[in-house]
Write a protein that binds this ligand. Sequence first.
Ligand code: GLC
Length: 598
Amino acid sequence: MSTAPSIESPVATAPSGAASTDRDWWRDAVVYQIYPRSFADADGNGVGDLPGITDRLDALADLGVDAIWLSPFYRSPQADAGYDVADYRDVDPLFGTLTDFDALLARAHQLGLRVIVDLVPNHSSDRHRWFGEALAAAPGSPERDRYVFRDGRGPEGAEPPNNWQSVFGGPAWTRVVDPGGAPGQWYLHLFDAHQPDFNWDNAEVREEFDAVLRFWLDRGVDGFRVDVAHGLLKQAGLPDFVPDPELGTMGFAVPTAEGDPSGPGDEASGGDEAPGGDEAPGGTAAAERASHLGPMWDQDGIHEIYREWRRTLDKYSPPRIMVAEAWVQPLSRLSRYVRPDEMHQAFNFDFLEAPWDAPVLRAVISRSLAVNATVGATTTWVLSNHDVVRHPSRFGLDGGRWRGGIGVDDPQPDAALGLRRARAATLTMLALPGSAYLYQGEELGLPEHTTLPDSVRQDPTWERSGHTERGRDGCRVPLPWESGAPALGFSPTGRTWLPQPESFVALARDRQRDDPDSTLNLYRAALRLRRERSLGGGTLRWLDDYGPDVVAFGNGDVTVLANLGPAPVALPPGDVLISSTDLAARGALPPDTAVWIR
Ligand code: GLC
């Protein structure tokens, strides 16, 4: 393991503010992501639904989270599990009705849980009314202008307009057939061909989304998770993309201790710029390379859209929020999404992508806090979601390959080691100042399903990549609630849209409820202590007495140590509030363990 970089001399990062009030509840909120297909199925068809969620909300109030985020439940042909929306103002019959949604919202609010819904503005479904109208209309028509249609290149326009690739594999363009039957223009889809990208230079598109925001705000939602928030605008002229072989599918690099140029010193992204003042921060060439991930991502003009949305949100009380899903690097570019007049939060994917390595983790945490402080935002920590391999499985691969999913013929994670590290990582995350997002099932320590038969895969990535990328089904498997019930309590009929692995039986919620050492009770206790000690609203002070393999910091009256090295480390005096594994030898912190001490 590398030695500690200079960044970890004890630095007190800028205060993230006192414990949040109702006005700024998001600053330290713990938000639980519900993936509706896989949470709980009330009607027994094997796919989760809104009534299923409502029935099980007590479990989340009991866990101690502040809010829930619902992945899409809108009308959709489900080409990308609901991220292909055909009607932004209705619930898909698969998940229930608008009345079911209202009941869910009312129950959540009764339990003190805020509700964030997913907004998918980059693209619609190809079954959206507007796309049908675009196909029926002529090139150059106002109907086509709501999407990104272009003539092809080469003889007869038979080549795509540029070389862009879909995130799911294959070309990002599909050619349409004109109403007369002749080959026509091409339309852009950064994701599946059933997900045509909107043209955000079109005023009607902007007006429509403002109306969609107000539709859900008027119903009483507390905020929006904004899908692909870095993708809405494309570089003028749609130039060819020059790919960087070092970067992943979304052009995202695994963070290192030294590599990110966004630390203190690259803070030109401060919050004082006048609206429209979106010049790139004066970073290095490396910063430029990393921040401009391609002509389809993170274009400067995007921020004006979020400023407009913010003005809409700010008309509502109590305050409503937006959280950006923006795969943007370096962190200084990401921080632009959370300037005071834009979004409230942006997922910290550098933290999610950090390997199990103390210097990298310290560096990412330091950089995140420092950069967000320049815009007055707290940091939004996250370790798992519906797009990535669950963190107990990632950390069980010891730096192995996980991007693109895991299949039966890939190296399999070490489940025990992975869970041990995942518990330590979560305990570290929950002690950090800021907000944190949890993904359903992580409180049970669920692993990825890494041996799903390829025949059941539904993620479009699997087909579009020509069966080279397994995709994301392995983290989307229906939850285990009761070990003895059909489908482990997920569905009364025992049906599940993806099969549950054998390992879920022992991890079912009912098996964990009364076990003091269970992952469920670790999460419950950590969330309670985090709240009691106001850690989310605290200030981090690095402690450098514990050697390079330990992530060590103080927050309020709590000392947090996470040992990522191979040898036990001596514990300081004090009361152990909580530890991620049993501290068998008193006075020592074993490898792959985190502890909070007072
Ligand atoms: C986001 C979602 C992902 C979806 C994609 C396209 O990355 O999290 O699940 O496939 O956008 O909407």
